[in-house]
Design a protein around this ligand. Sequence first.
Ligand code: DAH
Length: 369
Amino acid sequence: MTKATDSTSQTLAALGVASADAVTARFAALRAEFDGDAGGEGAWKALHDSWMGRKSGVLTRVTENWLKTATPALRPAVGKCLNELRGHVEQRLAELQRAAESAADEAALARERVDLSLPGVTRPLGSRHLLRQTFAEIERIFLSLGFAVVEGPEIETPYYNFEALNIPEHHPARDTMDTFYLETPRQNSGGPARLLRTHTSPMQIHTMEKQPAPVRIIVPGKVYRRDNPDATHSYMFHQVEGLAVDTDITFCEFKGTVEYFVREFLGPKIRTRLRPSYFPFTEPSVEVDASCFVCGGSGCRLCKSSGWIELFGAGMVDPAVYGFVNYDAKRLSGYAFGLGVDRLSQLKYGIEDMQLFFQNDVRFLRQFP
Ligand code: DAH
């Protein structure tokens, strides 16, 4: 079958077109062919080239072969029909182009679509260990009283861990504290012995060596002892040491500070009591007890029917300690305390076995988010 567009390579005269009606019919055939080709949306570009192509597109051929060669009588009809056809072709091609472009856009959107309703990749979030939370709580309370937080080394010499704290070589207090001694190259070549600190108290000495009074510090940290693990013991545990030294510190300030801490930490209804005790670096020394927060003091399993729970050791700094750091014992006075962080956490949160702190069982950890 010959196509209408084939006729555009010939002149109208050659085609035997002699009337305006015949011209209109020829253009109608062209338009019908164009509309047939333009039915789909796929190849608008090819359609554009074959109809609007400058050199040999159908419209160019019509212009060259039909319009320019038309007899003066037919020329107006050819011109009019050509303009109409051009307008029609241009408009339709523009539509096809728009349709093709938006189809491409939609395909790209579909390809790149992110489904926001899909659940994301969930990474399990950790939380602060209960001991860290307890450290933070203790630090908050003492910071509010004007204490500074300092930290110190876990490896010490016997001088700082014992002697300067008024615990001489053969003092019985060392028996419960003798600990892990380290074999370091330095020590093998004649240096002082090294050991894992048994308490955070050595930082009392380091701090007073470094700065003059007044001193108000707390020292959170890890300590080590040769203990076998059980519900209340571990070879590694945690303490917060406290030290306050100034020119006018009395036993009253000491007692008030301790009571304030206990009430902030355990609750406003808790009462405290000081029991005489002994530590080589404090004089007098006390054990700080709290009224039992389970039974309120009437006696229960936790307080072993006594109504009181032993919390921590403390006391007024023994003047002998000032001698080791060149502080003037006549002018200065102060107090110190040593909080067992594991013990305080166990009491506050009702944890019977201290080992739970170190086993990292998430079923335990999750209970303290
Ligand atoms: N260092 C002691 C210990 O670990 C605890 C202690 C008691 C520290 C009384 C003090 C204190 O500062 O005054 O057993």
